[in-house]
Design a protein around this ligand. Structure first.
Ligand SMILES: C[S@@+](CC[C@H](N)C(=O)[O-])C[C@H]1O[C@@H](n2cnc3c(N)ncnc32)[C@H](O)[C@@H]1O
Length: 248
């Protein structure tokens, strides 16, 4: 009886290990952001636990390099403190929120801009006020029109080797955010169309799909549970070659 119980537990544990690609990165102590969050010494932060692995995977190369990090959605200001702690001295964090109370989180290393991320005129002002962005995190209102306007206005403005990360994109399934399964106009459907644009080079009908600015500026799209990460890197038209000696 006990033997069977033990072998059931073991089977369950090894099955979990097999289905989780990087279980170790979830553990506080192995991921500095998770470590900070679960021992939070600062203001309130609201994050899904599985986001820490994604952040660390894409943000680690900016640590200690004084990046400019923009987060839309300030809430109680705790995540601004977490980004400073993670990226280190010299980092500039820009928090954007519609709630004017967030101004109180401004300090010498933190800029706060108040406005509506769904308002393209405000986003144009953001481009003027923040001329250099290495990382942009969209954790604001999570409504479809907000996520799409923010991407269209700010993605081209992110540095050529920067990262654009939009979180909570599961709202694309929620009618209260303008979502719905496969519904036209959701951020998830918009993101799926970006996959086509990544392959614009290979289009056979350039009237419907062609290599555009997005194709030339984007290295990879990473779709995770609830998070889309877009990695920028200037791309030249792809080349192919045959090398070596023929066998037949
Ligand atoms: C999920 S909270 C942000 C959580 C925070 N990033 C954290 O990790 O603790 C969402 C924030 O987005 C702000 N927000 C909602 N709609 C917005 C909009 N249209 N433009 C800018 N900010 C908005 C809210 O005021 C709220 O502070």
């Amino acid at each position: 009886m006990l033997g069977r119980l033990l072998s059931d537990v073991l089977r369950q544990l090894t099955a979990e290990k097999r289905t989780s690609p990087r279980p170790e990165a979830q553990l506080p102590g192995e991921n500095p952001l998770a470590e900070y969050f679960f021992n939070n010494p600062g203001r309130l932060i609201h994050k899904w636990h599985h986001y820490f692995d994604i952040y660390h995977r894409h943000f680690a190369r900016f640590r200690g390099r004084s990046p400019v990090v923009v987060e839309i959605g300030v809430f109680h200001g705790g995540s601004l403190q977490m980004w400073h702690h993670y990226f280190g001295p010299g980092t500039r964090v820009v928090g954007i929120d519609i709630d004017p109370r967030c101004r109180s989180f401004e300090d010498e290393a933190t800029t706060i801009l108040i406005g509506d991320q769904g308002d393209r005129r405000f986003l144009a002002e953001v481009r003027g006020r923040v001329p250099h962005i290495d990382i942009l995190i969209d954790d604001g209102g999570h409504a479809m029109a907000q996520q799409i306007a923010t991407f269209e206005e700010l993605y081209p403005h992110v540095q050529p080797d920067g990262i654009y990360l939009c979180e909570d994109i599961h709202t694309s399934f929620m009618p209260e955010f303008g979502g719905g399964h496969r519904r036209e106009g959701t951020f998830l459907e918009y993101g799926k169309a970006l996959v086509d644009r990544l392959y614009g080079w290979y289009s056979r009908d350039h009237t419907v799909l062609t290599a555009d600015e997005f194709t030339r500026a984007t290295y990879a799209l990473h779709f995770y549970d609830s998070v889309l990460v877009i990695e920028k890197s200037p791309k030249a038209p792809p080349q192919t070659s045959l090398t070596g000696t023929p066998s037949f």
